[in-house]
Design a protein around this ligand. Structure first.
Ligand code: ADP
Length: 823
């Protein structure tokens, strides 16, 4: 009885027989295990007979790869199978004797296969270059499956899945057959019909074949060794290469990550200014997503699109644009950095600080370059605001303390009504939308708008009309808030919340900060500002600054009021005297009051300076241009700081004046050596930032002593004042001489300069309060003078029973001197 297996086997054997014309003897060895025999049949049919790879290719592959089977059955049988397929004995021998490909050769063949980018549809033509390469690559795959990763990928890509899988199935079938025949050595080639039919003819044609069939094993082993050696050497080289490649990759990745992580926009250009690379910070900076074509444009088109302007907001000529400068070979660092204003694609105007450098080839030719863009919009605003703040405050302080004789006009810059300037200043400092000053009559609490900025002309008119003459309680109905103002405190309201939502709010402001104008414990007005309909959290800094401005505002308003009074009193001698007295009194108060806002402002500037310093510390070493820039900004602030110092000195002068007026200038008289006082004063002066480059020649006899009974600080103040005037009013390269002399019972201190000198008339007036000689300009350093210094010096010296004087020739210089009685 036939089993299912044997029926199936008969059918399968039929197919095989039909293909070969006989049943190859290999299957006989499995006869006793029908299931296994069936597997062998099936595999033969699927992997070999029905395999879509052309028969010749399959047979050539089988015979060639059988060089690596230790028994000769396969190699002889499949070599014979090549004969009926049209190969001559010589061709068969040539095929068999072909050396297996080395790693190096495989590279060439892979490149040939890789030129075909999409998988083939038809098997490469017989005898074509591609087929030859594929043949060798397949051998390589068979021999070194673990090594041939790259080869596998390319072959697979070349063949596509269908042919690739067919090829792999065929290779594994060859392996199976080899294993099978090696395990069944009783299989003799002579029993195979292919051998019986073709071997004799082949050998007759090419007797060498016999020799080959006998020795192929040794030969393959030798080749193998050769291949292995080649392979090992290659592997070694490759490992080295891979290691260095890893380093390169790691470095590149690191660079890449740094490039992307940089907060500055970085762009790499080629020799004609095309963008080669740009990082995400640059993309964000100009909102490139809204205009992705930007990077593909020419440099000029790009510049036009971004609407490039210079710092002064003038259109930037093409040859002045950063890319053009860089391509001309300019290194834009340090002083050569530039600020540009651009309009990014989201419509925002931005100020960018630009640094960069060209890249050159070995011959020095510019082949491209890198430009770094830093968004400084906010920082510049801050700098500008700080600068404007200080300028404004100085101007205001000047306004407050300027003499009242009408002869001396403050700077042109303060020519606009002081209160207008104040609201402008407030808006600049705080960056708010709207600011206003309202005066309040202390007795009646009637209000008068004084100045306003930020409203449209119509609303401005409306405010003027609607507020003028009404009562404080009309605009601040809440008693608690009025009480705050009366107590000299600020308040903040959110008009969207009760009870303030019920207040009249014709201007639609949301967050409002109101500071009292308060003098001598009296409410004389209010300063308020807001950001229109933008809600705003007021920071403690902003509040403190507002209070400082409110204080100054108060002084300005009060001064204007007193000046008006004085003008009105002009006709009446007595009234004028009284007005002058009140003015002096005001000066006393003003100078005291100025101290607080100055301290606040100083604190504010120092805070900004600190922030700048911190950010410059946090900037990576890589980012040198930025570091320089931040340091530059720091210097700027330091200068501002000096300016505040100067303002502080002015205030001190004012304080002294008010003390002099009130007869309250006090002296702590003690024994001192005048020589020491003079030397110390010179030393201090030299440490001042403005004087570091100046020469001060000191002539003090060392063999003599100069004992005095005096207030050392005050005498030092006089020497300093003389010295700073001498430095200030003479050119930087001119030295200043200081000498000390014995003259009988007095000591004389002289300070000489080679400045403009003073006419006789001027020499008489310079000791007066607020007198400033016409046409005498500050030549070095900077700073406003109030014309108070010499007046205070004279007061101090006279109170020490000494004398002051000046000898001067216009055009040649001046010598200011004072004497003090020796103790
Ligand atoms: P200021 O603060 O304006 O310098 P001072 O009272 O110290 O005030 O000086 C009064 C004026 O005298 C100055 O404004 C200047 O015109 C003139 N003056 C003072 N020192 C000199 C000097 N060394 N050379 C020329 N002019 C001077």
């Amino acid at each position: 009885m036939q089993t299912t297996d044997s029926i199936a086997n008969e059918q399968l054997a039929g197919i095989i027989r039909k293909f070969f014309g006989y049943l190859p003897p290999i299957f006989a060895s499995a006869q006793k295990t029908p299931q296994i025999q069936q597997n062998l049949y099936q595999q033969t049919i699927a992997a070999y007979i029905h395999n879509p790879i052309p028969l010749l290719f399959k047979e050539q592959l089988f015979s060639y790869l059988s060089r690596y089977c230790s028994v000769s059955y396969s190699i002889i049988a499949h070599s014979c199978a090549l004969h009926p397929l049209g190969m001559t004995a010589g061709q068969v021998l040539t095929l068999l004797e072909t050396l297996p490909p080395t790693d190096l050769e495989i590279g060439t063949h892979l490149r040939i296969l890789a030129t075909i980018t999409s998988p083939i549809l038809d098997w490469p033509e017989r005898g074509s270059e591609a087929e030859h390469s594929l043949f060798l690559c397949t051998i390589f795959l068979f021999l070194l499956p673990g090594r041939a990763i790259h080869c596998r990928i390319i072959v697979r890509q070349f063949l596509g899945d269908t042919y690739y899988n067919a090829l792999i199935e065929f290779l594994s079938y060859i392996k199976t057959c080899h294993f099978w025949v090696e395990a069944h050595p009783e299989l003799s080639p002579e029993t195979d019909q292919r051998v019986q039919n073709h071997l004799a003819a082949l050998v007759a044609d090419e007797p060498e074949l016999i020799n080959f069939f006998q020795k192929y094993n040794e030969r393959a082993a030798l080749e193998n060794e050769h291949i292995m050696r080649d392979h090992l050497a290659r592997k070694h080289i490759e490992e080295k290469l891979r290691a260095s490649e890893d380093v390169v990759i790691a470095n590149t990745q690191q660079l890449e990550a740094t490039f992307e992580a940089m907060t500055d926009g970085v762009v790499v250009y080629d020799a004609v200014g095309n963008m080669l690379r740009l990082n995400s910070a640059y993309r964000r900076m100009i909102a490139i997503d809204l205009n992705p074509k930007h990077a593909l444009l020419s440099p000029d088109e790009r510049g036009d699109m971004l609407d490039l302007h210079n710092e002064a907001d003038e259109p930037l000529p093409q040859d002045q644009r950063p890319v053009a400068r860089m391509l001309r070979g300019e290194v834009m660092t340090g002083k050569n950095m530039m600020d540009i204003i651009v309009r990014s694609f989201d419509g925002k105007r931005k100020q960018l600080n630009v640094s960069g450098a060209p890249m050159r080839d070995q011959t020095g030719k510019v082949v491209g370059g890198v430009i770094i863009f830093r968004d400084v919009t906010q920082r510049r605003q801050l700098e500008r605001r700080t600068h404007e703040t200080l300028e404004g405050l100085l101007a205001i302080a000047e306004t407050i303390v300027y003499p009242f004789d009408g002869q001396h006009q403050p700077d042109q810059s303060v020519a606009t009504p002081a209160s207008e300037r104040l609201v402008q200043l407030t808006r600049n400092i705080l960056g708010c939308q709207r600011a206003s000053i309202i005066a309040i009559e202390p007795e009646t609490e009637t209000i008068h708008p004084v100045a306003e900025i930020g409203l449209s002309p119509e609303l401005h008119q409306l405010m003027w009309a609607s507020l003028n003459g009404i009562k404080l309680s009309d605009i601040v109905p809440e008693p608690a808030l009025r009480a705050k103002l009366h107590a000299g405190q600020e308040y903040i309201i959110d008009t969207s919340k009760p009870p303030y939502d019920a207040y009249p709010n014709p201007f639609g402001s949301v967050s409002i900060l109101v500071a009292p104008l308060w003098i001598d414990k009296q409410l004389v007005g209010m300063l308020s500002f807001d950001f229109f309909n933008q809600p705003h959290e007021f920071t403690p800094d902003e509040i403190a600054l507002t209070m400082a401005i409110a204080k100054l505002t108060t002084l300005v308003i009060e001064r204007e009021r007193l000046l008006r009074e004085r003008t009105e009193a002009q006709a009446n001698e007595l009234a004028l005297l009284e007005a002058n007295r009140r003015m002096d009194e005001f000066m006393g108060i003003a100078s005291h009051e100025l101290k607080t806002p100055l301290t606040t402002i100083k604190g504010y500037v120092q805070l900004v300076a600190r922030r700048l310093k911190n950010s410059s510390r946090n900037v990576e070493i890589l980012d040198l241009p930025l570091k320089h820039m931040l340091e530059g900004a720091g210097e700027l602030l330091e200068r501002t700081d000096t300016q505040i110092e100067r303002l502080g000195r002015l205030v001190n002068e004012l304080l002294d004046i008010s003390r002099v007026q009130a007869n309250r200038l006090e002296f702590h008289l003690e024994h001192h050596d005048l020589a020491t006082i003079v030397r110390d004063a010179v030393q201090d002066q030299l440490l001042e930032s403005d004087a570091v480059r100046r020469t001060i020649l000191v002539d003090i006899p060392t063999e003599q002593s100069f004992p005095i009974i005096a207030d050392a600080d005050r005498i030092g103040q006089v020497v300093s004042n003389y010295l700073s005037n001498a430095l200030k009013y003479s050119a930087e390269q001119q030295p200043v001489d200081v000498s000390l002399q014995h003259e009988g019972s007095v000591a004389r201190v002289l300070v000489s300069d080679k400045g403009p000198g003073l006419s006789l008339e001027e020499q008489q007036h310079i000791w007066d309060r607020f007198y400033r000689a016409r046409g005498i300009e500050v030549l070095s350093g900077s700073g406003i003078g109030l014309g108070l210094g010499l007046y205070i010096c004279r007061t101090i010296i006279e109170r020490h029973n000494g004398q002051v004087g000046v000898e001067s020739t216009p055009g040649l210089g001046s010598t200011f001197w004072f004497t003090l009685p020796l103790a």
